[in-house]
Write a protein that binds this ligand. Structure first.
Ligand code: ATP
Length: 236
């Protein structure tokens, strides 16, 4: 098994946000996690990247227990997350932000190659490489957050709402970029409000409702499912 969440429970204080979810991701897939606000999508990603600890169950990557590792060790295992919103370092430049994403590597040639690839994916970042990240537009900061996650040369990229707050033309381009990233062989776990676009891109999907997986199927079947259409795809 490549990546597996097994009977995962997560609590915030006394309140349980995930009530024992089972999710698996095969190598090379794009798996999307759908759900209403508060369903537990972000919590699911954060438990994979080690930013929250399960109260029961666990997260396994190629058989290794990720939930027993600190989050920097999870990055070393090859899993990086582009967080929701604009969590870039505002007082550092674009280039400095990207370089921070490469903290797991000392291989200068490889870092340069990855950076060049990121600049190909996001030419806007190259144009603005010396600009302070805090002065970038929302969309540019989103690109930078994804770029920084890619700098770790991950095997699995966790994307939390990559299209959030982007203009429609950029939304299309960000999904095309995710497809291009996946074509390189990288596995992607995608959380997206834009469920239709996410399902068009994904291999499989899970539907979360208040901390439980209520549906799991191929992306094509989920797109065609009338319950999913009514709840998440605007009923069409
Ligand atoms: P959204 O689409 O609104 O981002 P989500 O599906 O990503 O939602 P989560 O952010 O995972 O949902 O939240 C799941 C539940 O856990 C929610 O009820 C939320 O209020 C709660 N929660 C999340 N983070 C914390 C926290 N740090 N402390 C307490 N409760 C939290």
């Amino acid at each position: 098994m490549f990546l597996e969440l097994r009977d995962l429970h997560v609590k915030y204080g006394n309140v349980e946000a995930l009530h024992g979810i089972n999710v698996h991701v095969d190598e090379g897939e794009i798996v999307t996690i759908l759900g209403a606000n508060g369903a537990g999508k972000t919590t699911t990603l954060m438990s994979i990247s080690g930013l929250v600890q399960p109260s029961q169950g666990g997260v396994y990557f190629k058989g290794k227990a990720l939930h027993e590792m600190p989050s920097h060790a999870v990055v070393r295992e090859g899993i990086t997350q582009s967080p929701e919103g604009r969590r870039v370092f505002g007082t550092l430049t674009v280039l400095e932000n990207l370089n921070l994403g490469a903290f797991t590597s000392n291989d200068k040639a490889r870092i340069r190659k990855t950076r060049d690839w990121i600049f190909e994916l996001f030419p806007r970042l190259l144009e603005r490489k010396d600009q302070l990240a805090g002065t970038l537009s929302g969309g540019e900061q989103q690109m930078l957050a994804i770029g920084r996650a890619l700098m770790g040369d991950p095997k699995v990229l966790l994307l939390d709402e990559p299209s959030l707050g982007l203009a429609p033309i950029l939304v299309k381009s960000i999904f095309e970029t995710v497809r291009a990233i996946n074509k390189t062989g990288m596995t992607v776990v995608l959380v997206e409000q834009n469920a239709r676009a996410a399902l068009k891109l994904a291999t499989r999907g899970y539907v979360l409702e208040v901390g439980r997986v209520v549906m799991e199927d191929s992306a094509a079947n989920l797109l065609a499912n009338t319950d999913v259409q009514d709840a998440y795809l605007g009923g069409s």
